[in-house]
Design a protein around this ligand. Structure first.
Ligand code: NCD
Ligand code: ZN
Length: 359
């Protein structure tokens, strides 16, 4: 990637929000919460804990555990005050319209997450028959609670590289047709097919994009040896898809916004004969996105993507604080201490990024 926006060397933007993040639970929160709170005001916290967050009461209790770890951390007083974890419910075959009503009225549940059963990490309790979810979708539409999708089909016979594309026509198009005013976010899109699909829909359908899908493609994962820290789901695709994702993310179209999908797994669980899916990026997400945008000369489009369009989609005010990025290199730490003496290896561990956060 060749930086082309030579003119801009320092950029102050509205404080970003992360509309898709995995913080995990209990002792993991001591590492993940300070990292998220250092950069983001709102963070939509994914519910794929073990066991999953299925009710509003469970979401409230999870939020308290997050806030407890925030208070106990060495994050600045300002960042502690600004960090606002927004919660999600994990949709199962048993989720009821009443669950949705309670969630919508709670003020802290921001959305409902649908994992097709078996699609990804901790998705075993996910939905097995999306056609059976009609009552839940109706309630979500009625209470204006957005649906967040892990958009991949899970049939064994479908190739892993085709699972997102197949989901668009076989599942997503049907949901949109039946529930035309349901707000939907297709999470962590990875293909030009998904980008085109989102562009072809109304404003109620949007997508998040991760830093890894903007910066890398499957060659980075597989050439010259398997690189487990690039393995996430949906899996990295061909370079032509990466280019289209960069195009739409930097286009200024408000349908595409930031969702890191930062997904911590201890280093020994990643560097493993059956390694876990997920890239850890929370601590360096803003320099990563800045690097990606700058690589195509579009750093001027960063603020909309990181700090305006998500809030707009969720009907929330944009943040009032700002953060300054500077075109000065930073070295990504080799790893972070994680719970029970394990380690957590971030995306691009040990490498240099041209952009950093000005302290
Ligand atoms: C996520 C995780 O580890 O929870 N993993 C990932 O590869 N993205 C789950 C998910 O969002 O698919
Ligand atoms: Zn995720």
């Amino acid at each position: 990637m060749t930086p082309t926006t030579d003119a801009i060397t320092e950029l102050t933007i509205i404080q970003p929000d992360d509309w898709h993040i995995h913080l995990r639970d209990d002792k993991a929160l001591a590492t993940t919460v300070p990292h998220a709170a250092a950069s983001f005001n709102r963070a939509i916290c994914m519910p794929n804990l073990v066991p999953p967050v299925k009710t509003t009461d469970e979401a409230l209790a999870y939020r308290q555990r997050i806030l407890h770890h925030l208070q106990a951390s060495d994050v600045s007083t300002e960042r502690k005050a600004a960090f606002d974890p927004r919660m999600t419910l994990y949709m199962t075959n048993e989720t009821s319209a009443h669950d949705i009503e309670v969630a919508a009225k709670s003020g802290i549940v921001q959305a409902v997450k649908l994992y097709p059963a078996g699609a990804t990490t901790n998705s075993a309790d996910g939905v097995t028959d999306i056609n059976a979810c009609v009552g839940i979708f109706e309630a979500m539409e009625r209470y204006n609670l957005p649906l967040l999708l892990h958009g991949e089909v899970t049939h064994d016979h479908v190739d892993i590289f085709d699972r997102e594309k197949r989901f668009l026509e076989e599942v997503l198009a049907q949901i949109i047709a039946k529930f035309p005013s349901l707000k939907i976010v297709m999470e962590h899109i990875t293909t030009s097919d998904a980008a085109d699909f989102i562009l072809s829909q109304g404003n109620q359908v949007a997508a998040t994009i991760t830093p890894q899908h903007l910066m890398f493609n499957r060659n980075h994962l597989l050439l010259g040896g398997i690189k487990p820290h690039f393995y996430c789901l949906p899996i990295l695709k061909r370079e032509k898809h990466q280019k289209v994702l960069l195009d739409v993310a930097t286009s200024g179209n408000p349908k595409f916004f930031l969702g890191t999908d930062s997904a911590p797994h201890a280093t020994d669980q990643k560097e493993n004969a059956c390694g876990c899916a997920g890239c850890y990026s929370a601590s360096i997400a803003l320099p990563l996105y800045a690097t990606a945008f700058d690589s195509v000369g579009k750093i001027d489009k960063l603020e909309g993507f990181t700090s305006r369009f998500g809030a707009q989609f969720y009907g929330l005010p944009v943040n009032e604080t700002t953060v300054t990025l500077i075109n000065q290199p930073m070295q990504v730490p080799a790893d972070y201490p994680y719970f029970d003496n394990s380690k957590l290896t971030p995306l691009m561990a040990g490498e240099y990024l041209p952009w950093s956060i000005k302290s």
